[in-house]
Design a protein around this ligand. Sequence first.
Ligand code: ZN
Length: 89
Amino acid sequence: MKDKYGRTVTDKKHWTCKDCKKDTFLSSDIDYYMVTHELWKKYGVGEDMLCISCFEDRLGRKLTKNDLLDCALNEINDYTRKIRKSKRN
Ligand SMILES: [Zn+2]
């Protein structure tokens, strides 16, 4: 079975936030997002998952639209969609 993002539902372990252990699968509307490859390489956790607040903690600031990839995922997510529409750079 696949969810609306095309993820296999049984693949749950992959969706646990590496830092706070929050289940980002269940809160996926907020915590499914994509940042630039450079940023993820520097602050991210490779193949694992970070919720948005833990990623921002690692980053030491809030996400801005230059941090986010121009992709459909960031449009599905209310939080990143608002950032992308804002003037915050
Ligand atoms: Zn977290």
